[in-house]
Design a protein around this ligand. Structure first.
Ligand SMILES: Cc1cc2nc3c(=O)[nH]c(=O)nc-3n(C[C@H](O)[C@H](O)[C@H](O)COP(=O)(O)OP(=O)(O)OC[C@H]3O[C@@H](n4cnc5c(N)ncnc54)[C@H](O)[C@@H]3O)c2cc1C
Length: 460
């Protein structure tokens, strides 16, 4: 492998794109290195996505799972943090262009780590997103919190007006996608209605809320195998969640969702105002951009085929990690991003020192877990497959370890005690901006407002 040409006379320049697991762990792995790091992210926070569903259902606050990345790396003197949306990477000129409010910054690099992750995919039906928000960002989680809790409020009003039909439509929740996120969301909406809200209303009975979990696959949690899928499904059904498998979503509108049975072709409609989309991912478009310039392939989800050492053909200085990559069928999980980031950081150190690099990244599968409800989870660790309370305790421990910052760990534990031992939820505040902000921004964009004018009007 070739060594790195560092800028004449200067320190080795590393640009890291993305402040998620890949970006942050690569940056931290270079903390003692004699390099200058520029960390570019389009949000100011490091988001711990696995706990997004707890923000959406009022257990945790957004600050607990998304600390300011600037604060996280404050003591790391070799890092400059930049807020910006990376719009272009020029692999020949070795520059990264990022934009913020219409202004462009071009940053040169000697080594580049791209960890821009993946967004939600509606499988070509992006218009569904208007009625069924996804679960990828803090904005998504807060919007969903507003929609979920808002539906209980509106149902109470509907009952006061004597409109039972409207109330039952408002108390019907549909979660699309029976992977870990969908299972966790369905379980938490059920617990919210059965435990937290049960005594808070006078004209509706929140415990009669109906939660439906839908998936085109024939089992819940397909990646966990039959047995754990069945355990999770049984637990959900015990809480009253209706599980509809082997059904594809064919349409979504403001008041319902249309499903088509994969085998029989039978089409049914489920009346529901609040829908959650937890199915399908699409890798960052930066993957396609890099593929076009380097001759690498991309798969159906837009993930870029990296070489075994996580670099791109002819470009040992470009390292791609995390959800964006396609290599050996590695799953889109945090550990793939973290281990890939640490591996790439070591490669960068070797390149900067003119030493030979490793030829292959080896992923160590530490296992996977998903919670179904309080005190109940499923876990797959090595050859072990187990569910129930022990799996839940393991889930709890692992997540506490990976939450960033001592303060966040303490408050998260407190909030978990409030929600899991007691009935409460510390974060039930909802605002109209959370519910309607995304649509308002989309409307502004479609009206041709350019971001610079938006920025000017906010500053005015
Ligand atoms: C709801 C949910 C639950 C999950 N649960 C689990 C779980 O229980 N266990 C598990 O192992 N994994 C889980 N995952 C998957 C895990 O979170 C991802 O695999 C992991 O976050 C991938 O890390 P990454 O660095 O590749 O991407 P991300 O963590 O998504 O980070 C990408 C970063 O890039 C930034 N970015 C994107 N585009 C640009 C751009 N153009 N310019 C600048 N910055 C950009 C984003 O703002 C973000 O900071 C879950 C994911 C979700 C969405």
């Amino acid at each position: 492998m070739s060594s790195a040409p560092t800028q004449a006379g200067g320190r080795h320049r590393v640009v890291v794109v993305g402040t998620g697991f890949g970006g942050l762990f690569a940056t931290r792995a270079l903390r003692r290195a004699d390099v200058d790091i520029t960390l570019v992210g389009k949000t100011t926070a490091h988001l711990f996505q696995p706990l997004l569903y707890q923000v959406a259902t009022g257990i945790l606050s957004e600050g607990e799972i998304a600390p300011a990345v600037r604060e996280v790396v404050a003591k790391q003197r070799n890092v400059t943090t930049i807020l910006g949306d990376v719009t272009h990477i020029d692999v020949e000129a070795r520059t990264v262009s990022s934009e913020h409010l219409g202004r462009t910054l071009v940053t040169p690099y000697d080594d580049l780590v791209v960890a821009a992750g993946a967004g939600q995919s509606y499988f070509g039906n992006d218009h569904f997103s208007q009625f069924a928000p996804g679960m990828k960002s803090i904005d998504d989680a807060l919007e969903l919190r507003g929609r979920i809790l808002g539906c209980f409020e509106l149902a109470e009003l509907a009952m006061l007006r004597g409109d039972k039909h409207e109330a039952s439509r408002l108390l019907s929740f549909v979660v699309v996608g029976a992977g870990p996120t969908g299972v966790e969301m369905a379980g938490q909406i059920a617990e919210l209605s059965l435990r937290t809200l049960r005594r808070d209303f006078r004209h509706i009975d929140p415990s009669t809320a109906h939660v439906t979990l839908v998936d085109g696959a024939k089992q819940v949690l397909p990646a966990f195998g039959d047995r754990l899928g069945e355990i999770a499904q049984r637990r959900l059904e015990k809480m009253g969640v209706e599980v509809i498998l082997g059904s594809m979503v064919t349409d979504v509108d403001a008041t319902g969702i249309e499903l088509k049975d994969v085998d029989s072709g039978y089409v049914r409609r489920v009346e529901s105002v609040c829908k959650v989309w937890a199915a399908g991912v699409q890798a960052s478009p930066l993957g396609k951009q890099l593929a076009d310039q380097t001759g690498a392939d991309t798969d159906r989800s837009g993930r870029i085929a990296v070489l075994p050492d996580l670099t791109l053909p002819g470009h040992p200085e470009i390292h791609v990690v995390g959800d964006m990559i396609s290599l050996d069928k590695l799953p889109g999980v945090a550990q793939v991003a973290i281990q890939g980031a640490r591996f790439s950081a070591k490669q960068i150190l070797r390149r900067a020192a003119g030493q030979p690099t490793e030829e292959r990244f080896h992923y160590f599968d530490k296992g996977s877990m998903a919670t179904v409800s309080r005190f109940s989870a499923v876990a797959s660790v090595g050859r072990l497959r187990f569910g129930g309370f022990v799996a839940w305790l393991l889930w709890l421990g692992v997540h506490i370890v990976y939450i960033i910052g001592f303060k966040n760990r303490v408050t998260t534990l407190l909030h978990w005690a409030v929600s899991f031992v007691g009935r409460g939820r510390a974060e039930r505040t909802i605002t109209e901006q959370q519910v309607f902000g995304r649509q308002a921004i989309q409307q502004l964009e479609s009206m041709g407002q350019d971001p610079e004018r938006l920025g000017d009007s906010r500053r005015a």
